[in-house]
Design a protein around this ligand. Structure first.
Ligand SMILES: Nc1ncnc2c1ncn2[C@@H]1O[C@H](COP(=O)(O)OP(=O)(O)OP(=O)(O)O)[C@@H](O)[C@H]1O
Ligand SMILES: [Mg+2]
Length: 252
C-alpha cells in the first residue's frame, strides 16, 4: 500500500543549523503518527517543509502520490495539505466563523469576478461553505461562539478554531503542531475525539506533541527526532521505553 504522505531523504539547513537530516517518513491513510522530540529538534521545521513554508534543500515529498517538490504553500494547500500552527496564527480581527471561511480550497467568494457579478451558483456555493463551517463548529461545540471575535474566546477554544480552520481545507493530509499545548478540560477531550475521527475517515495525520498521554492515547506509532535527525521510530510504548529518548528528552 503506498503511503498518503511520503518524505524521502529530505534535508534542510539554515546556515550551520541542520533542521532535517536525511528524513524519510511514510504515513498511511487512517494512521496517526506522533512526532516527538526535545525543543529545537526540527519538528515544526518538518511541517514547514511538507506544507511549503520553505523548500527542502534536497529529497522529495509527496502527498497522495503527487510530488509537492517546487510547489509553494498555497499550491500544497490546494493539493490537500492542511495544517495547524504551533502559535495558532488566527486572524485576530475576525470572528470564529470568518477564520474558517478563509480556508477552503476554491472558495468561490474569494474571486473578484464572483464578488462583482454575484451569480446564483456563487451564492449557493458560499452558502454551502458557511454550512460546512457551521457543521465543523458544531462538532466542536463552538457554534454558540461562531460570531465572536477570536480574541474574545478562551485559549482552548482558539486551539480548536485552529483545528477547525485546518479541517475546512478538507485535505487528506493533516499536520497538527502541538494541538494540546495549554488545552485542558472539555477542549482537550473534544480535540482528542476530533483527531481520532478525522483519521478514521481516511486522512493521514501527523501530530507533534509534548503531551505524552495524548500521544499514547491517539497514535498508532511515533517517530523520535533530535537535531534534525530521526533517532528512533516504532510503537509509542517502545519509544517511551527507549534510553536514547529518556536521555535526550527528559535529561535522564
Ligand atoms: N527559518 C529558520 N531560520 C533559521 N533557523 C531556523 C528556522 N526555522 C527553524 N530554525 C531553527 O531550527 C531548529 C529547529 O526548530 P523547530 O522549530 O523545527 O524545532 P521544534 O522541534 O519544533 O521545537 P519546539 O518543540 O520548541 O517547537 C531550531 O534551532 C530553530 O531555531
Ligand atoms: Mg515546534
Amino acid at each position: 500500500m503506498s503511503a498518503l504522505i511520503s518524505l524521502h531523504d529530505v534535508c534542510k539547513s539554515f546556515g550551520g543549523i541542520v533542521v532535517a537530516d536525511h528524513i524519510s517518513i511514510d504515513i498511511q491513510r487512517g494512521e496517526i503518527l506522533g512526532l516527538i522530540g526535545p525543543n529545537g529538534a526540527g519538528k515544526t521545521s518538518l511541517f514547514n517543509l511538507i506544507s511549503g513554508v520553505y523548500p527542502a534543500d534536497s529529497g522529495s515529498i509527496s502527498v497522495s502520490g503527487q510530488s509537492l517538490d517546487g510547489l509553494n504553500l498555497y499550491e500544497r494547500a490546494r493539493l490537500g495539505v492542511a495544517r495547524t500552527w504551533q502559535h495558532m496564527r488566527l486572524f485576530a480581527s475576525m470572528s470564529v466563523l470568518e477564520n474558517l471561511l478563509v480556508a477552503p480550497r476554491d472558495y468561490p467568494g474569494e474571486k473578484i469576478s464572483n464578488i462583482i457579478f454575484k451569480s446564483k451558483q456563487t451564492a449557493a456555493a458560499n452558502h454551502a461553505v458557511r454550512e460546512r463551517a457551521m457543521g465543523i463548529l458544531k462538532r466542536m461545540q463552538l457554534e454558540s461562539i461562531a460570531h465572536s471575535n477570536v480574541n474574545d474566546i478562551t485559549f482552548g477554544q482558539q486551539k480548536l478554531v485552529g483545528l477547525a480552520r485546518a479541517l475546512m481545507n478538507d485535505g487528506e493530509c493533516l499536520l497538527l503542531d502541538e494541538p494540546m499545548a495549554g488545552v485542558e478540560g472539555n477542549a482537550y477531550e473534544t480535540m482528542k475525539s476530533i483527531v481520532r475521527e478525522e483519521a478514521a475517515s481516511g486522512r493521514a495525520v501527523c501530530v507533534v506533541e509534548h503531551n505524552v498521554s495524548f500521544i499514547k492515547d491517539l497514535c498508532n506509532s511515533a517517530v523520535f527526532m533530535a537535531n534534525g535527525k530521526i533517532l528512533e521510530r516504532g510503537s509509542v510504548d517502545s519509544l517511551l521505553a527507549s534510553k536514547t529518548l529518556a536521555d535526550l528528552y527528559f535529561g535522564a
